[in-house]
Design a protein around this ligand. Structure first.
Ligand SMILES: Cc1cc2nc3c(=O)[nH]c(=O)nc-3n(C[C@H](O)[C@H](O)[C@H](O)COP(=O)(O)OP(=O)(O)OC[C@H]3O[C@@H](n4cnc5c(N)ncnc54)[C@H](O)[C@@H]3O)c2cc1C
Length: 438
């Protein structure tokens, strides 16, 4: 109920921020009209800009804002609404060019006043920002390079747009309009300061030390982190945090990882990391004693948010990390409800945490269904990918009442959601965590 309240409240606040520039325009002395298309294009430009400004808040990882929906949904919204904002801002000059072709001259910096050139520059920067975000993976742009460019371009776009508005000056001369824009821009700056200064200061005051680096099956390493001189972070089982390791908390490089230890222990936080790219493939080389910082907890992939008579977990590969955290927590809480885990991997050898899962099966009412996509000849367990037929063999009669948690690569998530639909399970009972939402 609380989450629904905040969820609705944030949507209303977003809508108010987006349309506010139009209402502010109508308050106080209104300058003489300049024809419908010109005014329309200006209105669209203002709405587009306030939509883009909203992104400073959406990407600031404000916990109150992200917790009702989950941070992946907030990032998804950020992507969609930025594209809409970009299209509106693009329409602003296009309408002007069509309704009054002489304005095309403003594209040429030799003839254009400086504020028009600032507007053109802002639009070009915004186009680069959107394109590099959509095409990051296809164009093989390193995540870190993209992230830094993305942050700098966003600030550049905001600054150039404000210069443009101030230079044109037509609608921002009135005191109310002026204060409105000053207020809005101050809020953008405060949000940036919070993300870049305040949050890192908080992390700097709450450091962790790597106590142990444990090699697990499946090219995975567990970092055991101990809080230095304070009780540690409290989190819900299944949540995650952004990790900075061996660097200052102000460094831009950070990576999201699920907690893998029990949420009942704040004084020891485990993070289990699979070797994948340039950062993760060196994780086994981290030495005990290295300092680490965590920004979290985030995420809604947790059994604590969903009451049900039983839980079903469907996992592929390293997707086991949030689930082992949930299972360890439930075991520490002496959970009695039935639990089923479908766990898919290529081979038996790389089944991370499989020995511990056997132990947890003794402490919990847990059934683990292992499936291998590359099984040896004598393998007696399930074979191949998880589908509706495989799940139907193990799911209990009250399957519709259970809550389902999926974590694994995108193809597994798509296939499992389809399989659950085939089994007649309502999708609102299905929670999923994507390690690839950025
Ligand atoms: C909510 C969440 C929880 C996760 N939990 C775990 C976990 O418990 N264990 C685990 O092994 N992995 C987890 N991951 C995945 C992990 O964050 C990526 O594998 C890791 O960041 C890849 O970094 P890399 O530089 O080694 O790989 P690269 O090959 O450089 O990157 C591979 C892809 O990972 C993503 N990525 C890279 N760097 C970052 C970054 N700094 N922030 C966000 N995404 C990035 C990008 O999409 C990139 O294209 C999780 C991801 C998310 C979103």
């Amino acid at each position: 109920m609380r989450s629904f309240f905040y969820g609705t409240l944030w949507i209303l606040i977003c809508l108010v921020i987006i349309v506010a520039p139009l209402f502010v325009l109508m308050i106080g002395p209104i300058p003489p009209g300049r024809g419908f298309w010109r005014e329309f294009s200006v209105g669209i430009g203002f709405v587009g800009l306030s939509m883009m400004g909203l992104q400073f808040f959406l990407t600031g990882r404000f916990r109150h804002l992200t917790s009702p929906y989950g941070i992946d949904v907030v990032y998804h919204f950020h992507r969609q609404i930025s594209t809409v904002g970009f299209l509106l801002i693009l329409l602003h000059p296009l309408i002007l060019f069509i309704s009054s072709p002489t304005t095309l001259l403003f594209l040429n910096p030799v003839y254009a006043p400086w504020w028009m050139t600032a507007g053109t520059g802002g639009l070009v920067a915004l186009a680069v920002l959107i394109l590099t975000s959509i095409k990051r993976q296809a164009w093989n742009i390193r995540y870190e390079t993209w992230r830094l460019t993305h942050a700098l371009l966003s600030i550049g776009v905001a600054a150039l747009s404000l210069i443009h508005i101030e230079g044109v000056g037509y609608y921002v001369r009135g005191p109310l309009n002026r204060w409105f824009w000053i207020g809005l821009v101050t809020a953008w700056i405060l949000s940036l300061l919070y993300v870049r200064i305040l949050k890192p200061v908080g992390m700097w005051r709450h450091p962790y030390t790597v106590e142990e680096v444990i090699q697990e099956r499946g090219k995975t390493w567990t970092l055991v982190l101990r809080p230095e001189g304070y009780p540690g972070m409290s989190f819900k089982p299944g949540q995650f945090a952004w990790l900075k390791i061996g660097k200052s908390p102000f460094a831009i490089r950070e990576h999201p990882f699920s907690f893998s230890s029990s949420a009942m222990r704040r004084d020891r936080i485990d993070i289990s990391i699979k070797e994948l790219g340039d950062f993760t493939s060196k994780i086994g080389e981290v030495s005990p004693g290295t300092r680490a910082y965590l920004d979290g907890p985030y995420g809604t992939f947790t059994t604590d948010r969903h009451t049900a008579p039983g839980y079903v977990f469907i996992v592929g590969g390293v997707g086991i990390t949030p689930v082992i955290c949930i299972l360890r927590t439930l075991a520490d809480r002496h959970e009695k409800r039935p639990l089923i885990l479908f766990y898919s991997n290529k081979t038996w050898k790389e089944m991370t945490f499989r020995e511990e899962l056997e132990g947890l099966s003794g402490r919990l009412n847990l059934r683990v269904v292992y499936t291998l996509t590359d099984p040896p000849k004598d393998w007696e367990g399930e074979r191949g990918r998880i589908d509706s037929a495989m799940m139907a063999r193990y799911l209990p009669e009250n399957r519709v009442e259970c809550e389902y948690f999926i974590c694994g690569p995108d193809p597994l998530q798509i296939a499992v959601k389809k399989a659950l639909e085939e089994l007649g399970l309502p999708l609102e009972k299905v929670q999923s965590e994507s390690f690839n939402f950025i």
